[in-house]
Write a protein that binds this ligand. Structure first.
Ligand code: NI
Length: 284
């Protein structure tokens, strides 16, 4: 694509830059020789479209959202292994970068259900969440109780947040979690129209209520089963304090820490997974 045009352009540039025609001719001759000899040529800053950009463009659909190292992680089969998905709601907030440091140190991935107005306040942190391989889902724009809203307002709360996530991270979210776990048929119908799957939880750490790292860790460990989804909040410093020792304890019990997409695989939009009322993992 950039084969024939490149030497001519390089030559022209060299000429302009040196102002010494002999020097320029020697350089041009060397360049032609290098190209004829099948060498790669000089580092390509003259070509407007370097070859690697072409590759990136053509595979953009495949790599979108996977500029993160997700693909390089060994695949976890949660039908066979003991998986657990840690989920963090209501952020990103001020404690979130510290949580990301903890997760990075432990090479653990989690799922973040973010609030639109928080994303607008912390776009850099949101971008980092995506970049470091965590999954991101929608948690409404205003942390609204969707079960009390009209279809139009539900749609607005979800689509506005999804659109901002897409603009900030480059990836469209496919998961959502309704604030307070409050949903109904109307909400799920809108979710289906927007291509969003509802993800509840089966383990509640009550970290918003009891602000103690020991309590967060112990509640999580007491409730966790194979393939559990654990509810926490990354806007709580105590939850961030608990996360390192929780991860170590879970791993000692043989759990693999995965994101919700890794745990569930492909999900059906408009359906709800897990049931916090029954503490069950049943799919509705
Ligand atoms: Ni919430």
């Amino acid at each position: 694509m950039d084969g024939p045009g490149r030497p001519a352009e390089s030559r022209r540039r060299t000429n302009t830059l040196s102002g010494d025609s002999l020097h320029a001719r020697v350089l041009a001759a060397l360049l032609v020789m290098a190209l004829l000899g099948g060498l790669a040529g000089p580092p390509d800053h003259s070509s407007p479209i370097p070859p690697e950009a072409t590759v990136k463009q053509s595979s953009a659909r495949v790599t979108q959202g996977a500029t993160t190292p997700v693909t390089t992680q060994p695949r976890v089969d949660c039908r066979r292994e003991r998986c657990v998905a840690l989920t963090y709601d209501d952020g990103p907030g001020l404690p979130t970068p510290r949580l990301l440091d903890v997760l990075e140190r432990h090479r653990a991935r989690a799922t973040f259900f973010v609030v639109g107005e928080m994303v607008r306040m912390h776009p850099g942190t949101t971008r980092r969440i995506g970049r470091e391989g965590h999954a991101i889902g929608v948690h409404t724009w205003h942390h609204s109780d969707l079960s009390t809203l009209s279809a139009r307002k539900v749609r607005d709360q979800l689509s506005r947040t999804a659109e901002l996530i897409r603009r900030v991270t480059g990836t469209s979210p496919t998961l959502m979690r309704p604030p307070y776990g409050a949903s109904n048929r109307l909400v799920r119908r809108v979710e289906r129209q927007l291509g969003l799957t509802e993800i509840m939880w089966d383990v509640d750490t009550a970290d918003w209520l009891v602000r103690s790292p020991v309590s967060v860790r112990e509640r999580a460990l007491r409730g966790v089963r194979r393939n559990s989804v654990v509810l926490m909040h990354d806007i709580r410093p105590t939850t961030v304090d608990a996360t390192g020792s929780l991860i170590r304890a879970l791993r000692r019990r043989g759990f693999r820490l995965v994101t919700v997409p890794e745990l569930l695989g492909p999900t059906r939009p408009g359906h709800s997974y897990y049931d916090w009322r029954r503490r069950s993992q049943v799919v509705r």
